[in-house]
Design a protein. Structure first.
Length: 218
Protein backbone atom coordinates (compact mmCIF):
# COMPACT_ATOMS: atom_id res chain seq x y z
CA UNK A 1 0.00 0.00 0.00
CA UNK A 2 2.74 2.41 1.05
CA UNK A 3 4.83 1.66 -2.01
CA UNK A 4 1.81 2.15 -4.25
CA UNK A 5 1.06 5.57 -2.80
CA UNK A 6 4.67 6.68 -3.05
CA UNK A 7 4.82 5.51 -6.66
CA UNK A 8 1.60 7.38 -7.43
CA UNK A 9 2.90 10.61 -5.88
CA UNK A 10 6.17 10.28 -7.80
CA UNK A 11 4.20 9.80 -11.01
CA UNK A 12 2.20 12.94 -10.31
CA UNK A 13 5.38 14.92 -9.78
CA UNK A 14 6.91 13.71 -13.04
CA UNK A 15 3.71 14.33 -15.03
CA UNK A 16 3.30 17.81 -13.61
CA UNK A 17 6.92 18.68 -14.34
CA UNK A 18 6.47 17.62 -17.97
CA UNK A 19 3.30 19.70 -18.29
CA UNK A 20 4.88 22.76 -16.66
CA UNK A 21 7.87 22.63 -18.98
CA UNK A 22 5.92 21.86 -22.15
CA UNK A 23 2.89 24.11 -21.82
CA UNK A 24 4.54 27.55 -22.06
CA UNK A 25 6.45 26.62 -25.22
CA UNK A 26 3.74 24.66 -27.00
CA UNK A 27 2.01 27.66 -28.62
CA UNK A 28 4.97 29.79 -29.67
CA UNK A 29 4.75 31.00 -33.27
CA UNK A 30 7.34 29.41 -35.54
CA UNK A 31 8.85 31.34 -38.44
CA UNK A 32 8.12 29.45 -41.66
CA UNK A 33 9.40 31.91 -44.29
CA UNK A 34 11.18 35.25 -44.65
CA UNK A 35 11.71 37.81 -47.41
CA UNK A 36 14.57 38.06 -48.05
CA UNK A 37 15.49 34.49 -47.19
CA UNK A 38 18.38 33.80 -44.84
CA UNK A 39 21.77 33.97 -46.62
CA UNK A 40 20.07 34.86 -49.91
CA UNK A 41 21.55 37.25 -52.48
CA UNK A 42 19.10 39.92 -53.64
CA UNK A 43 19.61 41.57 -57.03
CA UNK A 44 16.36 43.55 -56.91
CA UNK A 45 14.11 44.65 -54.09
CA UNK A 46 10.86 42.76 -53.42
CA UNK A 47 7.61 44.62 -52.83
CA UNK A 48 7.93 44.02 -49.06
CA UNK A 49 10.41 42.62 -46.58
CA UNK A 50 8.41 40.09 -44.52
CA UNK A 51 8.48 37.47 -41.78
CA UNK A 52 5.71 34.85 -41.89
CA UNK A 53 4.85 32.45 -39.06
CA UNK A 54 2.62 29.40 -38.64
CA UNK A 55 0.05 31.15 -36.40
CA UNK A 56 -1.66 34.55 -36.24
CA UNK A 57 0.39 37.25 -34.56
CA UNK A 58 -0.80 39.03 -31.41
CA UNK A 59 -1.03 42.80 -31.87
CA UNK A 60 -3.13 43.76 -28.84
CA UNK A 61 -2.51 47.51 -28.97
CA UNK A 62 -3.01 47.73 -32.74
CA UNK A 63 0.11 49.86 -33.16
CA UNK A 64 2.72 47.10 -33.34
CA UNK A 65 3.90 47.38 -29.75
CA UNK A 66 6.41 44.60 -29.09
CA UNK A 67 7.20 44.17 -32.80
CA UNK A 68 10.40 45.22 -34.57
CA UNK A 69 11.77 44.77 -38.10
CA UNK A 70 15.23 46.25 -38.73
CA UNK A 71 17.61 46.19 -41.68
CA UNK A 72 21.21 46.79 -40.57
CA UNK A 73 24.30 47.09 -42.76
CA UNK A 74 27.70 45.58 -41.96
CA UNK A 75 28.82 49.12 -41.08
CA UNK A 76 26.11 49.39 -38.40
CA UNK A 77 23.73 51.72 -40.27
CA UNK A 78 19.96 51.15 -40.21
CA UNK A 79 17.54 51.51 -43.12
CA UNK A 80 13.78 51.94 -43.31
CA UNK A 81 11.23 53.96 -41.36
CA UNK A 82 10.28 51.19 -38.91
CA UNK A 83 6.60 51.22 -39.91
CA UNK A 84 5.46 47.61 -39.61
CA UNK A 85 2.33 46.14 -41.18
CA UNK A 86 0.92 43.22 -39.20
CA UNK A 87 -1.61 41.04 -40.96
CA UNK A 88 -2.73 37.61 -39.71
CA UNK A 89 0.41 35.46 -39.48
CA UNK A 90 2.91 37.87 -41.07
CA UNK A 91 4.58 41.21 -40.46
CA UNK A 92 6.26 43.29 -43.16
CA UNK A 93 7.91 46.62 -43.96
CA UNK A 94 8.57 48.65 -47.09
CA UNK A 95 11.99 47.68 -48.49
CA UNK A 96 14.72 50.25 -47.92
CA UNK A 97 18.40 49.50 -48.19
CA UNK A 98 21.80 51.10 -48.77
CA UNK A 99 24.64 50.31 -51.16
CA UNK A 100 25.64 46.80 -52.17
CA UNK A 101 26.95 44.68 -49.32
CA UNK A 102 26.02 42.33 -46.49
CA UNK A 103 22.97 43.16 -44.34
CA UNK A 104 21.22 41.69 -41.33
CA UNK A 105 17.50 41.34 -40.75
CA UNK A 106 16.62 41.71 -37.06
CA UNK A 107 13.04 41.00 -36.04
CA UNK A 108 10.85 40.63 -33.00
CA UNK A 109 7.22 39.53 -32.95
CA UNK A 110 4.57 38.69 -30.38
CA UNK A 111 3.30 35.11 -30.54
CA UNK A 112 -0.31 34.10 -30.26
CA UNK A 113 0.42 32.96 -26.68
CA UNK A 114 1.80 36.38 -25.68
CA UNK A 115 5.50 35.47 -25.74
CA UNK A 116 7.97 37.50 -27.78
CA UNK A 117 10.04 35.70 -30.38
CA UNK A 118 13.08 37.38 -31.90
CA UNK A 119 15.81 36.42 -34.33
CA UNK A 120 18.30 37.65 -36.90
CA UNK A 121 19.88 36.42 -40.11
CA UNK A 122 22.16 37.77 -42.86
CA UNK A 123 21.56 38.35 -46.55
CA UNK A 124 23.50 39.97 -49.39
CA UNK A 125 22.38 42.94 -51.45
CA UNK A 126 23.84 43.03 -54.97
CA UNK A 127 21.73 45.28 -57.27
CA UNK A 128 21.83 44.22 -60.90
CA UNK A 129 21.26 47.74 -62.27
CA UNK A 130 21.31 51.38 -61.27
CA UNK A 131 20.18 51.91 -57.71
CA UNK A 132 19.87 54.88 -55.37
CA UNK A 133 20.61 53.92 -51.74
CA UNK A 134 18.05 54.86 -49.10
CA UNK A 135 18.86 57.18 -46.22
CA UNK A 136 21.01 55.61 -43.53
CA UNK A 137 20.20 56.06 -39.82
CA UNK A 138 22.42 55.67 -36.78
CA UNK A 139 19.56 54.04 -34.84
CA UNK A 140 16.61 51.88 -35.91
CA UNK A 141 13.57 54.01 -36.70
CA UNK A 142 10.22 53.62 -34.98
CA UNK A 143 7.64 54.84 -37.51
CA UNK A 144 7.90 58.50 -36.53
CA UNK A 145 8.07 57.83 -32.79
CA UNK A 146 11.19 58.02 -30.63
CA UNK A 147 13.97 55.89 -32.18
CA UNK A 148 14.55 52.43 -30.75
CA UNK A 149 17.78 51.47 -29.02
CA UNK A 150 20.28 49.87 -31.38
CA UNK A 151 20.05 46.09 -31.36
CA UNK A 152 23.03 43.95 -30.40
CA UNK A 153 21.75 40.87 -32.25
CA UNK A 154 24.21 38.97 -34.41
CA UNK A 155 23.38 37.12 -37.63
CA UNK A 156 22.28 33.53 -37.29
CA UNK A 157 19.48 31.12 -37.96
CA UNK A 158 16.05 32.85 -37.99
CA UNK A 159 14.94 30.75 -35.03
CA UNK A 160 18.27 30.58 -33.21
CA UNK A 161 18.30 33.98 -31.49
CA UNK A 162 15.11 33.96 -29.50
CA UNK A 163 13.99 35.82 -26.39
CA UNK A 164 10.87 34.87 -24.50
CA UNK A 165 9.07 36.71 -21.73
CA UNK A 166 6.49 34.74 -19.76
CA UNK A 167 3.04 36.40 -19.65
CA UNK A 168 1.04 36.39 -16.44
CA UNK A 169 -1.21 33.56 -17.72
CA UNK A 170 1.74 31.19 -17.89
CA UNK A 171 2.95 32.23 -14.46
CA UNK A 172 -0.47 31.54 -12.96
CA UNK A 173 -0.77 28.22 -14.81
CA UNK A 174 2.61 27.03 -13.56
CA UNK A 175 1.83 28.18 -10.02
CA UNK A 176 -1.49 26.33 -10.05
CA UNK A 177 0.15 23.15 -11.34
CA UNK A 178 2.80 23.26 -8.62
CA UNK A 179 0.17 23.81 -5.93
CA UNK A 180 -1.84 20.83 -7.21
CA UNK A 181 1.24 18.62 -7.17
CA UNK A 182 2.12 19.75 -3.65
CA UNK A 183 -1.41 18.93 -2.44
CA UNK A 184 -1.25 15.50 -4.07
CA UNK A 185 2.06 14.74 -2.36
CA UNK A 186 0.70 15.89 1.03
CA UNK A 187 -2.38 13.67 0.66
CA UNK A 188 -0.19 10.70 -0.27
CA UNK A 189 2.05 11.27 2.76
CA UNK A 190 -0.96 11.57 5.11
CA UNK A 191 -2.46 8.34 3.78
CA UNK A 192 0.83 6.49 4.17
CA UNK A 193 1.24 7.79 7.74
CA UNK A 194 -2.28 6.71 8.70
CA UNK A 195 -1.71 3.29 7.20
CA UNK A 196 1.54 2.86 9.12
CA UNK A 197 -0.11 3.93 12.42
CA UNK A 198 -2.96 1.48 11.85
CA UNK A 199 -0.51 -1.35 11.15
CA UNK A 200 1.43 -0.42 14.32
CA UNK A 201 -1.69 -0.60 16.48
CA UNK A 202 -2.55 -4.04 15.08
CA UNK A 203 0.91 -5.38 15.98
CA UNK A 204 0.88 -3.85 19.50
CA UNK A 205 -2.62 -5.06 20.46
CA UNK A 206 -2.37 -8.31 22.60
CA UNK A 207 -4.18 -11.39 21.40
CA UNK A 208 -7.27 -12.37 23.38
CA UNK A 209 -7.43 -15.87 24.89
CA UNK A 210 -10.43 -17.72 23.60
CA UNK A 211 -12.01 -20.18 26.09
CA UNK A 212 -11.73 -23.91 25.45
CA UNK A 213 -14.93 -25.38 23.98
CA UNK A 214 -15.36 -27.73 27.00
CA UNK A 215 -14.51 -25.05 29.55
CA UNK A 216 -17.56 -23.47 31.14
CA UNK A 217 -18.02 -19.84 30.28
CA UNK A 218 -17.89 -17.36 33.14
Amino acid sequence: MRRGLLAASTGLLVAAAVLVLAAPASAHNQVISTTPAAKATLTSLPSRFAVTTNLPLLDVSGDGEGFAFEIRSSAGAYYGDGCITIQDDAMSIKPAIGPAGTYTVIYQLVSQDGHTVSGSYPFTWKPSGAFTPATAHRQPQNCGRAPLAASTATPGDPDAARSQSAPIADVLWIGGALVAVALAVVVAIVLVSRRRRAEGREHDEPERDEPHPDEPRR
